[in-house]
Design a protein around this ligand. Structure first.
Ligand SMILES: [Zn+2]
Length: 231
């Protein structure tokens, strides 16, 4: 076999090619049966919907092996609602459909994170300052509702809107709310709702704290986020 000469690349790409060669050595030569078994089929139990952000790779954080998770990553880990007429997000919908209908996953995790640039841009978009990109602004309208939040006013006891300027400071509120909205959007897919109602599919909301490494997960009953204890 005439092998491609990797030395024509340098810098980061060269290192990545070296890592791919190491991966072949460790994972293929080291565990032939496991990788050979994956060659013609996959049976991941988890569909992960994470952010494209380079700092939060769900597979890396969760210690996953090849075949463990079926992954979708997009700007701000958003799930568009079920809508066959609106093609904003059809790529995401297609991957969700494949994960649920063809792979029959038993869990879907929406994996949000702290300091999400996509969510910061969504807050700007909700404030009328959409970023000057061709596709990002329209995509982030999916998170619009998460940018409208209310708190109880301690003086009056009534609900009051959180000003958008404050949401920029406390963007984690929007990051977590957006995860919950994406879970609600998942339930608008009829074949997801069917499976959730039948108990064969579980939906999870996670939020990863980039600063501490803490993983926060939602209580399925209340939707409240809490950090996972341990170690
Ligand atoms: Zn992000």
């Amino acid at each position: 076999m005439c092998e491609f000469n990797k030395s024509i690349f340098d810098g980061k790409i060269s290192k990545m090619i070296e890592s791919a060669l190491d991966f072949r050595k460790d994972e293929y030569e080291g565990s032939k049966d496991y990788m050979a078994g994956l060659a013609d089929h996959q049976h991941p139990e988890v569909l992960m919907i994470g952010c494209s952000d380079s700092r939060v790779d769900p597979a890396l954080i969760c210690g996953s092996k090849p075949g463990d998770i079926f992954t979708i990553r997009n700007v701000a880990n958003l799930v568009p609602p079920y809508d066959t007429a609106n093609d904003l997000g059809h790529g995401v919908r297609a991957a969700i459909e494949y994960g649920v209908k063809a792979l029959n996953v038993s869990n879907i995790v929406v994996f949000g994170h702290a300091h999400c640039g996509g969510i910061k841009a969504a807050i700007d978009t909700a404030a009328g300052n959409a970023p000057e990109f061709d596709f990002i602004g329209p995509w982030l309208t999916i998170a619009e509702n998460a940018c409208r939040q209310e708190v109880i006013d301690p003086a009056t006891g009534a609900l009051k809107s959180i000003p958008i300027e404050q949401l920029k400071i406390y963007s984690y509120l929007v990051e977590r709310q957006s995860v919950l909205h994406s879970i609600e959007n998942l339930k608008t897919y009829p074949w997801i709702k069917e499976r959730v109602d039948a108990g064969s599919l579980n939906l999870h909301g996670w939020w990863f704290d980039l600063e501490s490494g803490d993983l926060w997960v939602t209580n399925p009953k209340t939707g409240q986020f809490l950090p996972v204890e341990g170690h």
